[in-house]
Design a protein around this ligand. Sequence first.
Ligand SMILES: [Ca+2]
Length: 375
Amino acid sequence: MKKIHFIMLAVAAALVVCYVFSTKNAAKPDDQKSCDTTATVEVKKVILDADVVDCFDDGFAMLMLEKSPKINLLGITTVSGNSWSREGVASAIYQLQSIGSNVPVYMGESAPFRAGRQAGIKKELESYGLGGDKYVGSFSHGEPADWKEYFKTTYGCEPKMDVQKENAVDYLIKTIHENPNEITIVAIGPAMNLAKAIQKDSSIVPLVKEIVFMGGAFDVDGNTTQNAEFNIWFDPEASNFVVHQPFKKQTFFALDVCNNVKMNKTDFDNFHNLIQNENIKTIYEKNFLTGLFNSNPDTTWCIWDVLAATSVINPELVTSADTCAVAVDTTFGMNYGKTIPYRENIPADAQKGIIVKTINKECLWGMLSELMKSL
Ligand SMILES: [Ca+2]
């Protein structure tokens, strides 16, 4: 009898496994068919650490990871950068609930490590910026006192889910320990959450499978100051601390590759036509890119974070990369936030980083089109 019970139990378990597997794959279309030759689907566990905004570029990076059958998106941790951390919570929750997702959202760090940064930002840019009134992300305005009020004001409705009670730093530590050597961190905002988590518990570093950054400008000019890219510039101290950690693998989608993958008005309009989801379509239309392309149809725009997300989903997207030791200049001045590639005379404490140089653009645009259709 016991043997029969065991066989019945085993058959039932196998059926459940088959059902779960087939349901997951049936629910999510194969969004990389055109450029994916991998026969076996390895489902990666991912935490997305982001300064979330609606649509391009963080928003679509998040939606791509959520929709991909190759990714198990465990959670979103918000951090200030493009948006304040509280604004990012609202944006993430709105976009996720719009596609029927309940991926949990954890509120993260607001302030960069250097005290008084926001108060002195005007003077800083006058001294070290590119000239004129340049983009400073959330430094341009005050942080809302309450994410729910911001949500209601911004989207005109109530959020369908709450932010998690646990903060982003503790969530990162707990989840990495619970999934040793399995977590890929996709870090597409400033590095405060990661730096704080490592400061609190450095034993998580060797347990991370891989960390993938959108950030830096290694062998090209910056986009916020002459030498610094925005994500790194927002908190150079946090970034420098994080890139010096002995991760198994750290990969950078820096301006070196992002500058060469630009969206034009035709791309933007094509994506607009593909989106069926009304909520996503509305925020897509409200995105500043609509005004930008309408006023200047010949302009082009980078899609930074989307490169990191698509390449985590499909690593074959990367067609060339350079490996060298990396660091961030934390000297307050012209080079504050500059990412440094060391190819000789390498400092003893510097870690290796993979700096992506080129990607398969055709494949990337195909993945984006598939995402728009699937929303
Ligand atoms: Ca970002």
